[in-house]
Design a protein around this ligand. Structure first.
Ligand code: ADE
Ligand code: ZN
Length: 316
């Protein structure tokens, strides 16, 4: 049995179709546009984001979020995971009519319940949404900087990478960094290596969400290895979103061989018909990882986690 750790899972994206359907019944909403035969339906990144936003809109109370977080973490613990960092989005809460404070309290309550039941540790990474633009991302950063919570330890940016330039968000990330938060940003998923290089130059993250398309430039791969920038790789997500045609074409093994710190993550598990255990299975089946290599991937994640040293030392 290999212990696992996850650094990249969006909490709204972890809601199963069954849980979303229960919330829809609670609120009298129709989900037939994006759940068919118990599965989320979408066909490209834009329709994925639409389905994701519609499902997220059905989480409307502090208790809805406690439920969702507990559900995800209990399932993760059953996969032998000992640690998780979840991306959270105050924008989604606000859109659903929930205050950021109640949202974060709900998430924290779910984390406390899961820890009490299984021992799993978890933290939150607040995110801004790139497609909402620099002002919205600044607002998300300011909220989290001005309202610190002990379980919110990082700041990131998700959403449509094809919009805006990373430099447009540099000031928002400065606000988050000055508040002591760890910095990660999605790049090199929908866009190529330049997107990763620009994010490194302007946002100065310690980790990159995805980042796999750095493989398109050998100098950039060398830079990632030299600077030990960790990539939060999500192979199942990449195949579902057709970033790569199949697992044998995925650059995970080449990046690892080049000395880039790489980890395994589920991103939005039910949307991509995956979970963390499947990601580790994929690495065993397609990337040549034996149990020793998989355990090392978990250690790599824990070393780069945005968590206090005392907790880290209990995990590694
Ligand atoms: N938000 C949720 N999943 C995402 C992904 N794979 N890329 C960008 N933003 C996201
Ligand atoms: Zn992601």
């Amino acid at each position: 049995m290999v212990l696992k750790a996850e650094l990249h899972c969006h909490v709204e994206g972890a809601a199963s179709p069954a849980l979303v359907a229960r919330k829809a019944a609670k609120y009298g909403a129709d989900v037939s546009a994006f759940i068919v035969d118990g599965r989320f339906v979408w066909h490209d990144f834009t329709s994925f984001l639409r389905a994701y936003d519609q499902a997220s809109a059905l989480f409307r109370t502090q208790e809805d979020y406690a439920d969702l977080t507990e559900d995800y973490l209990l399932a993760l613990s059953a996969q032998d995971a000992i640690y998780s960092e979840v991306f959270i989005s105050t924008d989604h809460a606000i859109s659903a009519g929930l205050s950021p404070r109640a949202y974060i309290e709900g998430l924290a309550e779910g984390m406390r319940r899961a820890k009490a039941a299984t021992g799993i540790e978890s933290r939150m990474i607040a995110t801004g949404l790139r497609h909402k633009g620099p002002d919205a991302v600044m607002e998300a950063a300011r909220y989290i900087a001005e309202n610190p919570h002990p379980l919110v330890t990082g700041f990131g940016m998700a959403g449509d990478e094809r919009m805006h330039h990373p430099r447009d968000f540099a000031r928002a990330f400065d606000v988050a960094r000055d508040a002591g938060l760890g910095i990660t940003v999605h790049a090199g998923e929908l866009s190529g290596w330049e997107s990763v290089a620009n994010a490194l130059d302007t946002i100065r993250p310690s980790r990159i969400g995805h980042g796999v398309r750095a493989i398109e430039n050998p100098d950039l791969v060398r830079r990632l290895a030299e600077e030990q920038i960790l990539l939060e790789c999500c192979p199942g997500s990449n195949i579902s979103l057709q970033v790569y045609a199949d697992f044998p074409s995925h650059p995970f093994p080449a990046l690892a061989r080049a000395g880039v710190p790489v980890t395994l993550n589920s991103d939005d598990p039910p949307y991509f018909h995956t979970d963390l255990a499947r990601e580790y299975d994929i690495a065993a089946a397609f990337f040549g990882c034996d149990d020793g290599a998989l355990a090392e991937i978990t250690r790599t994640a824990l070393k780069a986690a945005y968590v206090d040293e005392t907790t880290r030392n209990t995990l590694i």
